[in-house]
Design a protein around this ligand. Structure first.
Ligand SMILES: C[S@@+](CC[C@H](N)C(=O)[O-])C[C@H]1O[C@@H](n2cnc3c(N)ncnc32)[C@H](O)[C@@H]1O
Length: 290
């Protein structure tokens, strides 16, 4: 009997992640996507990956570790693993005071200086998950554009997870997801899905066309971004990284920000103690020095 056949004969109790498996896998995850998993996350990692092991017909995490970390292995298993280990919680109109700050405080002087009028305002949702954040920005900026003649913008949404990017491009959301979207905005920018029973909605094509999505791993030294970004939303992303990784990533992000451009962080995130070229201008709102 081969190892695989022997293991397949075992019940699921075989699919337990030992401490050594956890150490190897968490070190590998840290290396490929920067996410730090504390010991308390072992059960979470085990349960998220168990289904994948079963799908692959693997009988132990040891076998999976060898498979996913193997140099010979193409990137596809790594991509699948990342899809499973990332936490993608997001919402429309999340942390709405950032949106008020953007429209009421940041944009008026920026527009007076020609941002968004002499050229389109470039906005980046860095760690965009399933698209709620960039589409919220598209809604808010479209409303802003109605009162500012000639104002144009484009939005880039990036994420490491291919699974969330597919959902973001599809732009179809369950009815319960749209609860935070104000009613007049819903009427303007959301369409009822063809399957009326499902209650699902889709972002209108005009808004979808303002948002591009692409895969980007913050751990890669070259982000492949050509244009500088005027406004960056990088919210609820760095909480998953340790301090040195946070510093590295934020310095890389800052390289792509227009001098004087804005970086919005999540409400529970702080850049305090990090050596990054960003200056705080409001709680969790930063600017790159001009
Ligand atoms: C909790 S979501 C935040 C979504 C949105 N920004 C918000 O605040 O609602 C964090 C996202 O960061 C992405 N992420 C994690 N590690 C990453 C990395 N190394 N490079 C790019 N994105 C990453 C995850 O896939 C996930 O979708």
């Amino acid at each position: 009997m081969s190892n695989r056949e022997e293991a397949e004969a075992l019940p699921d109790v075989g699919l337990r992640m030992t401490e050594s498996d956890f150490r190897k896998l968490s070190a590998f995850i840290h290396q490929v996507c920067g996410i730090s998993l504390s010991d308390q996350k072992r059960t979470m990692l085990e349960s998220r990956l168990q289904k994948r092991l079963r799908a692959l017909g693997m009988a132990s995490f040891r076998e999976y570790c060898a498979h996913v970390t193997s140099d010979a292995e193409d990137e596809s298993e790594r991509i699948r693993m990342i899809d499973l280990v990332t936490t993608n919680k997001t919402d429309f109109f999340r942390e709405a005071n950032h949106l008020h700050y953007l429209v009421d405080k940041a944009l008026p002087p920026a527009v007076a200086a020609g941002w968004g009028t002499s050229r389109p305002l470039s906005v980046w949702s860095a760690g965009c998950s399933t698209g709620e954040e960039p589409y919220t920005l598209a809604m808010v900026l479209s409303e802003f554009a109605e009162s500012v003649p000639g104002f144009r913008f484009d939005i880039l949404g990036t994420d490491i997870s291919t699974r969330v990017l597919e959902a973001a491009r599809r732009a179809v959301y369950d009815s319960d997801k749209i609860a935070p979207v104000p009613m007049p905005i819903r009427r303007k920018y959301l369409l009822r899905s063809r399957d009326r029973e499902s209650g699902a909605v889709r972002i209108v094509p005009e808004l979808r066309s303002l948002v591009r999505f692409r895969r980007l791993n913050f751990l890669e030294s070259d982000f492949g971004l050509r244009e500088p970004m005027d406004v960056v939303f990088c919210r609820n992303v760095i909480i998953y990284f340790d301090k040195p990784t946070q510093e590295t990533i934020l310095c890389r992000i800052a390289r792509h920000v227009t001098p004087g451009g804005y970086v919005f962080m999540g409400h529970s995130e702080t850049l305090f103690g990090l050596r990054v070229p960003l200056v705080q201008v409001a709680p969790t709102v930063y600017r790159k020095q001009a």
